[in-house]
Design a protein around this ligand. Structure first.
Ligand code: ADP
Length: 408
């Protein structure tokens, strides 16, 4: 029995989920927050119902990892460090170097560092997590799972911008996309639920959370996706603008008397989307609650729904048909209203709703009725499970290679 830990390290936080594999059972999960800041916070949930919480200073990522492993011992979740045989790290930018998840060696670490140019906040933080675990668990296999790698299968016509070709060739400017692990996971679950080989399906996956993106998955591979060079583009999000006209940037910088690009990029990332339109909140729950009495909340919802509908239409045309739509993440999993609004606007495609199933929550379900021309599913995403599976696959491959060498 192996234990594999999935890690999502941010600049001041470290989230984890510990799995017993191959059973895929979650035995503990938690968060180390405010690393390197005042009032560090630790929270661990384990044995399904138990939880541990403590406030204490967490100096850096290495001390967070040491504290995490010692707590797993103290809470009797593991008997010794060696029980953890694999560590999977979420890495935000994999650029064109990484087309799938990889075992982390010195070269991979150097490339992840080089890619910090594309994700200046996230990649260095991910790397801190990788180094901290390598130091404390040197014998466990370390694997990097990239948000971007699933989208590396997009054809050139879908990932290139119509800008001077040299921008791509010399500087790597192109669509990289994001949420790849989530799109990959829910598309594979959808195919299983439909009892059809994924290679025969055209699926559109809608990851609708605080950050949101849509992906056209053709024959099991990402064919197009709404996020771009960065996660700023695509559909409107909690606080991100989604698609805009870049020419407004210099115009608005003049109007707002801004002196640097980061100021306006900040507004497009943090003050736009549902928050910017409604002026109230970035949270869809607030928007839904206030929309009856607040015209701008209603408008925020209208724009969000229109964007989802627009991308589904575009991707159906690009793929030349559609077998299934999947809703996932915070809004996609929890808001039956948003799902219903989107599905009603797609009735021209022959989509019909099973209202009862659409009102349920929690477990993966078909929410379209049996006569619907396109299947519509709600599937809770599980990026950590996908990470743990990738670690296990690569660990097994490593074992196989070692065994083959030995036989020779
Ligand atoms: P992320 O991982 O991008 O931070 P999540 O996938 O956790 O985001 O989604 C968070 C968002 O989900 C919230 O900001 C909120 O808009 C939305 N959300 C969560 N629960 C509900 C609900 N019951 N109804 C509508 N929206 C919800």
């Amino acid at each position: 029995m192996q234990k594999i830990i999935a890690i999502n390290a941010g600049s001041s936080s470290l989230k984890f989920k510990l799995f017993e594999m191959p059973k895929e059972k979650v035995i503990a999960k938690g968060l180390f927050d405010r690393i390197g800041l005042d009032e560090g916070k630790i929270k661990i949930e384990y044995n399904e119902k138990q939880s541990f919480e403590k406030k204490e200073h967490i100096e850096n990522h290495s001390s967070a990892v040491k504290k995490l492993l010692d707590l797993l011992l103290k809470l009797d979740i593991i008997k010794n460090y060696a029980e953890i045989t694999g560590v999977g790290h979420r890495v935000v930018a994999g650029g064109e170097f990484f087309k799938k998840s990889v075992v982390i060696n010195t070269k991979a670490m150097r490339q992840i560092n080089e890619l910090a140019e594309y994700a200046p906040i996230h990649n260095p933080a991910n790397l801190m997590g990788i180094k901290a675990f390598k130091k404390i668990l040197p014998d466990a296999i370390a694997v990097a799972v990239f948000d971007t790698s699933f989208h590396q299968t997009m054809p050139k016509e879908n990932f290139l911008y119509s800008v001077p070709y040299e921008w791509y060739h010399n500087y790597g400017v192109r669509r990289y996309g994001a949420h790849g692990t989530s799109h990959r996971y829910v598309a594979s679950v959808a195919a299983e639920m439909m009892k059809k080989p994924i290679e025969k399906l055209k699926i559109i996956t809608c990851h609708l959370g605080a950050g949101a993106s849509i992906c056209a998955v053709k024959k099991g591979r990402s064919f197009d996706t709404s996020m771009g060079f960065t996660p700023l583009t695509g559909i409107t999000m909690g606080t991100r603008s989604g698609d805009t006209d870049v020419s407004m940037i210099s115009f608005m910088m003049q109007k707002l008397k801004m002196h640097s690009m980061p100021e306006i990029i900040y507004d497009l990332n943090k003050k736009s989307g549902l928050l910017g339109i409604s002026g109230l909140s970035s949270d869809m729950r607030d928007i839904e609650e206030k929309k009856k009495t607040n015209m701008r909340a209603q408008l925020a919802e209208d724009i969000f729904v229109k964007d989802v509908v627009k991308y589904i239409g575009a991707y159906t045309a690009e793929m030349g048909g559609l077998d299934a739509i999947v809703f996932t993440a915070g809004i996609g999993e929890n808001s039956s209203q948003i799902r219903e609004l989107v599905m009603k606007r797609l009735s021209y495609m022959g989509i019909t709703i099973d209202e009862e199933k659409n009102s349920q929550r929690g477990k993966a379900e078909f929410i379209s009725s049996l006569d619907s021309k396109v299947a519509v599913l709600m599937i809770p995403t599980d990026e950590e499970l996908m990470i743990a599976r990738d670690v296990q696959t690569l660990a097994n491959q490593n074992e196989d290679t070692r065994a083959k060498k030995y036989v020779r």
